[in-house]
Design a protein around this ligand. Structure first.
Ligand code: ASC
Length: 127
C-alpha cells in the first residue's frame, strides 16, 4: 500500500510534537525555569534521541502542500535536508550521552547544539 501524503504529514507532525513536548521540558530545566531533575532529564534526552531518527521517512513525494508547514525546498535540496536530519540524530544522541552524566556544564552546550540544529532546518525548510 502506498503511503498517502496526508498520513505522512500526520506521522511526522506527531513525531515532532512529541519531540517538542520533551525538548521543551528539558529547555525549562536548562534555563532554570524548572528544577533540574537529572534522571527525568536523561530519560527525556533518550526519548528525543530515539524520536529524532523517525521524522525523515515522513517526508515523501506529494507531502509539501495541504496541512503542512514543510516547504517544497526539502525535495529540491534533499541532500541538505537529509544532512540536517542526520545532524539532529547525531546531536540528540550526544545530548543523551552527556545527560547521563548529570553535569549541567556539559549538558547546556549540548542542548544548545540541538536547538541550533532545529532552527537550521526551520529557517530553511519550514514556512
Ligand atoms: C525549541 C523548539 C524549537 C527549537 C528552536 C531552537 O524548544 O520548539 O523549534 O527549540 O526554537 O532554536
Amino acid at each position: 500500500m502506498a503511503t498517502k501524503p496526508e498520513d505522512a504529514i500526520d506521522y511526522r507532525q506527531g513525531v515532532f510534537s512529541a519531540i517538542k513536548w520533551h525538548f521543551g521540558t528539558m529547555g525549562a530545566m536548562v534555563k532554570g525555569k524548572m528544577d533540574y531533575d537529572a534522571e527525568d532529564f536523561a530519560r527525556r534526552a533518550e526519548i528525543v534521541a530515539q524520536l529524532s531518527q523517525l521524522p525523515k521517512e515522513g517526508f515523501i513525494e506529494g507531502s509539501y502542500s495541504g496541512d503542512t508547514d514543510a516547504l517544497p525546498a526539502i525535495e529540491e535540496n534533499w541532500d541538505k535536508f537529509e544532512g540536517g536530519m542526520n545532524m539532529l540524530a547525531e546531536n540528540t544522541a550526544k545530548l543523551a550521552e552527556v545527560a547521563a552524566s548529570g553535569d549541567m556544564d556539559q549538558i547546556r552546550p549540548a542542548f544548545g547544539e540541538v536547538g541550533k540544529t532545529c532552527k537550521g532546518c526551520h529557517d530553511n525548510f519550514k514556512d
